[in-house]
Design a protein around this ligand. Structure first.
Ligand SMILES: [Zn+2]
Length: 180
């Protein structure tokens, strides 16, 4: 048996970024690595495929992100307040980048996340995303491979609370991205 798979490789595989025969053969043969993958699958359960695709890639529960940290993965974190902006990048030192969108979430029933492109147009809406109301934040963990492929550009994420009274924007979060 060759050495076990890196946890970062398992996460990429979970994201659907990585598919190769050697990796799948290892998973098939190795109960330790397949158990670790199962754990990721369980932590990410309830995350619909729509939240794992496109530019945003993933909105994840806190436990998932904590698990990455506990495996020693290097996470570059950006905490952004409503209406705030941040210069962001992903360097060779980082395994992943996680955006922590701060928002007043107490009492929010359903939360949508809108991806707003460089020209201010809503490019995609992700409905009913997971969030931690008590923590007052939404964790967005894009695929590292997707981020590394991005050119310098500016985009926004918008959180919208949806309830009986309709849709209420909670904040826009601007990311000024430069390649690492
Ligand atoms: Zn293994």
């Amino acid at each position: 048996m060759k050495r076990h798979l890196d946890f970062a490789v398992l996460v990429d595989y979970w994201f659907g970024d990585r598919e190769d025969d050697a990796l799948e053969e290892h998973l098939f043969a190795c109960t330790a690595c397949s158990a670790r993958l199962e754990e990721l699958v369980a932590l990410g359960a309830g995350i619909r495929d729509a939240l794992r695709s496109g530019a945003l890639r993933a909105v994840l529960p806190r436990e998932f992100v904590e698990r990455l940290k506990s495996e020693g993965l290097r996470l570059r974190e950006y905490r952004v307040a409503p209406g705030g902006s941040v210069n962001c990048t992903l360097t060779g030192e980082d395994d992943f980048v996680v955006s922590r969108l701060q928002a007043p979430l107490a009492g929010v029933e359903r939360l949508d996340l809108v991806y707003v492109g460089p020209d201010g147009e809503a490019q995609a809406t992700f409905e009913d995303i997971p969030f931690d109301a008590a923590a007052g934040e939404v964790l967005v963990l894009p695929s590292a491979a997707a981020v590394r492929a991005m050119p310098a550009h500016t985009f926004r994420m918008r959180l919208v609370a949806v309830g009986a009274q309709g849709a209420k924007p909670l904040g826009d979060y601007t990311f000024i991205h430069t390649p690492g």
